[in-house]
Design a protein. Structure first.
Length: 497
């Protein structure tokens, strides 16, 4: 194998104690074929696109070969799944190939998802059907293009082997990249065994990797908790403002780096309602859109619980610091959410009056079952200097504001008139914050069906390309901006694991 062009790994997680992971070589597959390499991401990571797209690269992306310098492992973690404690989960079908230091000096994990069974596989087959691989690729890359912290998709391959689920499905493997794969559940795994030494070792690793500013704090693990909480508050505010529903916010699916991970039965809302749930496995709506901030806080409380023994020598002081940090999630989240929502509406400063306008609009949207994404996009066009207003370049043809919005629009315009931004500045801000293109469920379903049923990957490639520029509307791509027709509406999403 060509050492010059294959990735240059620089692994730190394998230097942690043995009980943090299991060595695990990916299980080879019969007939791998490349679906896509994310060239832009590869370049950011300093990886050779040529190598990734070569026969050698394919063997590595399919888990048939281990690249030089790669020390493949499956990591251990626990977690609360739908509120129920599971002391031992771990990477059941994912193998961490190693870490890369990107051109910007940032460290990234490179992981294969669907690479075969591991010691943590329990009853699972270690594999992933093609559908969920494509779904994760599309949605994670769309999130990245929307500026949301997220794991990325570097490549996808088919395995040439069937995977047994309800039906036989083609198998796939996703190459996933993120700043790390350390979850709240990773801390819980050791805390659950009262392995305080391991909690400390993991915390030191996470501080060095993600929160170096905590090092100098007199209570570094309090600072670590505060840092994770701050990033999660920002992250959830981003999800909410985009109408993104994660669907499985188990503590093992929440990264301490503050990136979104584990795109299973996730979805972007079409018509707005706060109680929206898409996931077929979320019967009680635990992870409904409106619940996401409270669930994030609940998850963070478990991180705090895990860190308690190392936070302060004085137990009462530790509990107090933890409680304070957890309580602080709410104002941080609310400030971040309120701020971004008001900027979406074209305001240059946020205040109580602006927040009241946001809340009122959302109520009107819920009553009118208005499309979440297009409502904001339409307002962006309405607010401006007439750019794109009423011509073929706007979404006007797709969506008009419901009549019931008229009194609200008047109040909103009065507020805009009192602001200092020019109409053009305002429109630029709004068009950049209110995407026209999101990975709508029916579009994602459509590309999966084409790939799985007809072996046609062209629709997948086109959708990925289109979603790479979510805020640049082009009337030629109208079909990607349209809400689903009644017969296209997807009510349920499946994790398909
Ligand atoms: P997820 O729902 O993808 O977040 O997975 C939850 C847990 O189940 C994790 O520990 C996964 O590694 C494991 N898991 C999911 N699917 C499989 C599979 N097909 N084989 C083995 N383990 C799996
Ligand atoms: Mg998971």
């Amino acid at each position: 194998m060509n050492q010059l062009t294959s990735p240059r790994f620089d692994n730190s997680y394998v230097l942690l104690p043995d009980r943090f992971y299991s060595h695990q070589i990916p299980t080879p597959v019969k007939a791998p074929a490349l679906i896509r390499v994310n060239r832009l991401l590869a370049e950011q990571l300093g990886l050779s696109v040529e190598w990734l797209e070569s026969a050698e690269g394919l063997e590595v992306l399919a888990g048939n070969q281990v690249a030089p310098g790669s020390v493949p492992i499956a990591t251990a973690y626990a977690g609360h799944q739908f509120g129920g404690w599971n002391p031992r989960l771990g990477d059941g079908r994912a193998v961490l190939l190693g870490e890369l230091v990107a051109t910007d000096g940032q460290r990234y994990d490179m992981q294969l998802k669907g690479a075969g069974r591991t010691p943590y596989a329990r009853g699972g087959d270690g594999r992933s059907p093609l559908g969920p691989v494509l779904r994760e690729y599309v949605v994670s890359e769309a999130m990245a293009a929307l500026g949301v912290p997220t794991s990325r998709s570097l490549a996808a391959v088919t395995t040439g082997e069937p995977v047994v689920r309800d039906l036989l499905q083609p198998g796939g493997i996703l190459t996933r990249v993120s700043r790390s794969h350390i979850r709240i559940g990773t801390f819980q795994y050791f805390a659950g065994q009262n392995d305080t030494e391991a909690v400390r070792t993991l915390a030191d690793h996470v501080i060095a990797r993600h929160y170096p500013e905590a090092t100098d704090n007199p209570r570094p693990y309090v600072a670590l908790l505060q840092g994770v909480i701050a990033r999660q508050a920002q992250l959830i505010a981003q999800w909410q403002q985009l109408g993104f529903i994660h669907g499985v916010m188990n503590t093992d699916n929440m990264l301490v780096s503050g990136e979104t991970i584990d795109y299973g039965p996730c979805a972007f809302m079409d018509s707005y309602h706060p109680n929206t749930v898409y996931s077929s496995i979320d019967a009680n709506g635990r992870y409904a859109y409106v619940n996401q901030p409270a669930i994030a806080q609940w998850n963070l409380a478990w991180l705090a619980r895990a860190l308690l023994p190392i936070m302060d020598k004085d137990e009462d002081a530790a509990v107090q610091a933890a409680q304070q940090a957890i309580d602080d999630f709410v104002p941080q989240y609310e400030a971040a959410y309120s701020d971004i929502m008001q900027r979406k509406l074209g305001f240059c400063r946020s205040d109580a009056g602006g927040k009241a306008l946001v809340d009122e609009l959302l109520e009107l949207m819920a009553a009118a079952k208005a499309d979440y994404t297009l409502t904001f996009r339409r307002l962006a066009e309405h607010a401006g200097a007439g750019i794109g207003h009423g011509n073929g370049d706007s979404v006007t043809a797709l969506f008009e504001l419901p009549d019931s919005f008229a009194p609200w629009v008047e109040k909103w315009e009065a507020r805009l008139a009192a602001e200092t931004l020019t109409a053009e500045e305002r429109q630029r801000q709004m068009l950049a914050l209110n995407p026209a293109f999101i990975p709508r469920n029916h579009l994602v379903e459509e590309v999966i069906r084409a790939a799985v049923d007809n072996n046609d990957l062209e629709p997948f490639h086109q959708l990925v390309d289109r979603l790479g520029e979510p805020c640049r509307y082009d009337a030629a791509d109208t079909r990607y901006a349209m809400p689903p027709k009644p017969e296209q509406v997807v009510l349920r999403t499946f994790c398909g694991t």
